[in-house]
Design a binder for this molecule. Structure first.
Ligand SMILES: [Fe+2]
Ligand SMILES: [Fe+2]
Length: 318
């Protein structure tokens, strides 16, 4: 479960001793509950002499873990949901949640207009057919592996724009942030799917190989021509929309079981408590349509002779 994965991140922040305090913890909320009474004491202790009486009252493991936290002035945040229940996710916070724009047109397509567009379009088509042949209608597996690829372009583009901003001593128009937001959103799609299906060893090996090749290929293509790279991503996102439409069709006609939505998806997209996989795929498809529009727009800006920084980035969707 993601909760457990998230819980395991806490010790990285607070020191390995925290693991000793949570030997039976199965979720991040358990760890947060354990730490809640300790947090105020931590802050006091950091700015005053050690209280030996207090130390004697507490288990040795707690003392060790709180010393680390106290020293660096970092304490775990205590967050609650709107209904007052504890916030259980460390990988994202309540203010990062959002409602997907379901009114977005999922049928939009950028018709290739020039040689560059045709290169981008046929590159994606060439990648699409072997992928479809490999996965066929194994939607869950397809979606999971697709997301490991989909999260690459935003990170590469965002990283390169970040460095460009530093190198040129100029603003980026918010595009580095917008692209990094996209990468994080894609990663959250993946975190959602792994709640429903776990990759087999050969799928993990495939992801490793594909990431090695795709990251480098996209990095070089973005260095050579950002407008081509964004066009390629625009077409990749169009295909992502199409594959989620096929997923939805099979959920609707009963070929794929419409299971209960994972808790992480309900919190991330602010879905109703009784949401199902169909709702999750619907919001993910809306996200992909948004990425499609952002990347085609980014390519258009540059094709028209402008720089990305000249047009304010579409920030704030995710
Ligand atoms: Fe995605
Ligand atoms: Fe996407």
């Amino acid at each position: 479960m993601s909760g457990t994965r998230a819980a395991l991140k806490l010790p990285r922040l607070l020191g390995n001793n925290l693991l000793l305090n949570s030997t039976s913890a199965n979720s991040s909320s358990k760890i947060l509950t354990d730490l809640r009474p300790a947090a105020p004491w931590l802050r006091n202790w950091s700015s005053s002499a050690p209280d030996t009486t207090a130390k004697q009252d507490k288990p040795a493991e707690t003392q060790a873990s709180t010393v680390v936290s106290s020293y660096w002035g970092i304490a775990p945040t205590q967050l609650t949901k709107a209904d007052g229940s504890p916030w259980k996710w460390n990988c994202f916070r309540p203010w990062e949640t959002y409602e997907a724009d379901l009114s977005i047109d999922v049928t939009k397509h950028h018709k290739p207009e020039n040689f560059r567009d045709r290169v981008a379009y046929w590159t994606v088509q060439a990648l699409k057919y072997p992928t479809q042949l490999f996965f066929q209608r194994r939607h869950m597996c397809h979606a999971m592996l697709l997301e490991t690829v989909a999260a690459v372009p935003g990170m590469v583009g965002g990283m390169l724009l970040h460095f460009k901003s530093l190198r040129r001593f100029e603003h980026s128009g918010g595009w580095n942030k917008a692209l990094l937001e996209e990468a994080e959103n894609e990663r959250m799609h993946l975190m959602t799917f792994i709640e429903l299906s776990q990759p087999k060893w050969y799928e993990r090996a495939l992801v490793l190989a594909v990431q090695g090749v795709f990251f480098n290929a996209y990095f070089l293509s973005y260095l050579a021509s950002p407008k081509l790279a964004h066009r390629i991503t625009g077409y990749l996102e169009e295909e992502a929309v199409n594959s989620y439409t096929e997923f939805l069709k099979d959920l609707e006609n009963g070929k794929f079981e419409n299971v209960t939505a994972p808790a992480i998806a309900i919190d991330y997209w602010r879905l109703p408590a009784d949401a199902t996989l169909r709702d999750v795929v619907t919001v993910i498809r809306a996200d992909e349509a948004h990425h499609r529009d952002v990347n085609h727009y980014a390519s258009d800006i540059q094709c028209q002779g402008n720089e990305l920084k000249d047009a304010p980035a579409p920030l704030g969707y995710h």
